[in-house]
Design a binder for this molecule. Structure first.
Ligand code: ATP
Ligand code: MG
Length: 422
């Protein structure tokens, strides 16, 4: 029978690469914890409505990328394409917003029906943070510095941070009007997608990757000319605080993000290492989201970072453990026959319970092959038992570096190994 393969756009993460993922996961946990964020884990699937309104019709995610299905009871469910909306859903459901500020982080899989390529998958992994109840620019810059700190710890220092302000509902409405007026006059030069968005989600046109749109957009009005004084002040403070932290940020008035719920600050962090898919991180402020999802009016700001893309960059920078790094073993158990293997099972268990990495070869292959594998595992000691050893109730303990051998009684073996490894 022909074996199956993983669905298009998904990848199996195999050892030893999983070791890199573990390093990255630990680094994310530590960084978020240091910044005062606690972990939240939400379901892989949600009611479809959790995503549609908050992310917005007319966005790539809602229009083309969601994995939506009907379950056996006829409910519409969607595999989460992002986690901000689920986090808000959970915060409202469990009344977490009763005590503010609320600072949460997450990491896990997301699902988007995209054309698979390097750094772009149908099941990918994101980590991110959300801070609720903080209206001021300190929270915006905390989030940005947290993202950069996680990248720095993964060895990624060649970042490019671009920021922009989308203003609030009031000033954005005036901007949208001016933008639509401008683009309507030039609609024939726009790509078909952008022409379609002109009536549905005109701001998203600013984010277009279609070359056809670029010339038009270069001349288009930008948000900075329309910011109300409160929004302009907020944006100026964000930039001043970033500067005070020594973080270089480029103001790019064309950054709008793909999601509808952003207000004021939006930002993207990219790396020169990634080529086409060079955005590692996106984020911003979403002061209207909690209310739009049925909660009180509570401001929020957050970011989301792609873990595959972080690893791609970190690998090129050579700053995470090598792809072919073997797991370190302290002791290798070598049994020469079945009776010896059975004799060693409880000893192996005792050594493991003392906290050492120990393993036994269960394949019953020849001793030289077992010893070679033991050496390759990085173990410093091998415990060998065969017919001779069994007769005396002892094991041969071999130093795999010097090849020296001694006999040790089986009863004393766990303590003896512990002494040697201390
Ligand atoms: P892009 O412009 O690359 O499509 P996006 O704007 O859709 O990105 P966000 O929704 O802001 O991305 O998600 C934040 C981060 O999650 C991205 O910067 C990226 O690192 C990662 N990401 C998003 N979609 C994918 C995907 N399909 N495969 C791998 N990583 C992804
Ligand atoms: Mg996308």
């Amino acid at each position: 029978m022909k074996h199956s393969t993983a669905p298009r756009g998904t990848v199996d993460i195999l050892p030893p690469e999983t070791a890199q993922w573990q390093v990255l996961e630990r680094l994310i946990d530590e960084t978020c914890t240091r910044f005062g964020y606690r972990e939240i884990r939400t379901p892989i699937f949600e009611s479809t409505e959790v995503f549609v309104k908050p992310i917005g019709e007319g966005t790539d995610i809602v229009d083309k990328e969601m994995y939506t299905f009907t379950d056996r009871a006829g409910r519409s469910l969607t595999l989460r394409p992002e986690l901000t909306a689920p986090v808000v859903r959970a915060a409202l459901q469990h009344n977490l917003l009763a005590s503010l500020p609320l600072k949460l982080y997450y990491r896990g899989p997301i699902f988007r029906y995209e054309r698979p390529q390097k750094g772009r998958y149908r099941q990918a992994h994101q980590w991110g943070v959300e801070c609720f109840g903080a209206p001021g620019p300190e929270a915006d810059v905390e989030i940005i510095s947290l993202g950069l700190e996680a990248m720095r710890r993964a060895g990624i220092t060649d970042y490019r941070l671009e920021i922009n302000s989308l203003g609030c509902e009031t000033c954005r409405a005036r901007f949208r009007e001016a933008l639509v007026a401008f683009l309507r006059d030039r609609a024939s030069s726009l790509s078909p997608t952008s022409r379609d968005r002109l009536s549905r989600n005109p701001l998203r046109i600013l984010d277009s990757k279609e070359p056809a749109d670029h010339d038009v957009l270069l001349q288009a009005p930008t948000m900075d000319g329309f910011l109300c004084s409160a929004c302009a002040e907020h944006f100026a403070a964000v930039r001043t605080l970033l500067e005070a932290m020594g973080i270089r940020a480029l103001h790019n008035p064309h950054i709008v993000r793909g999601l509808d719920y952003y207000t004021r600050t939006v930002f993207e962090i990219s790396s020169t290492h990634l080529g086409a898919q060079n955005t590692v991180c996106g984020g911003g402020r979403y002061d209207g989201l909690v209310k739009a999802m049925g909660g009180p009016s509570i401001p929020g700001v957050g970011l989301a970072m792609g873990m595959e893309r972080m690893l791609l960059v970190a690998r090129e920078a050579g700053t995470l453990p090598a792809r072919d790094g073997k797991p370190a073993l302290d002791v290798a158990f070598v049994a020469l026959d079945e009776a010896s293997a059975h004799l060693l099972v409880p000893v192996l268990n005792s050594v493991r319970r003392l906290g050492y990495a120990a393993d036994m070869d269960y394949t019953r292959r020849a001793i030289d092959k077992q010893l070679r594998a033991a050496g390759d595992s990085g173990a410093r000691w091998a415990v060998i038992v065969g017919e001779d050893e069994r007769a005396t109730g002892a094991a041969t303990v071999q130093n795999l570096v010097t090849r020296e051998r001694v006999r040790v009684g089986l009863d004393e073996l766990p303590a003896d190994i512990a002494r040697r490894l201390a």
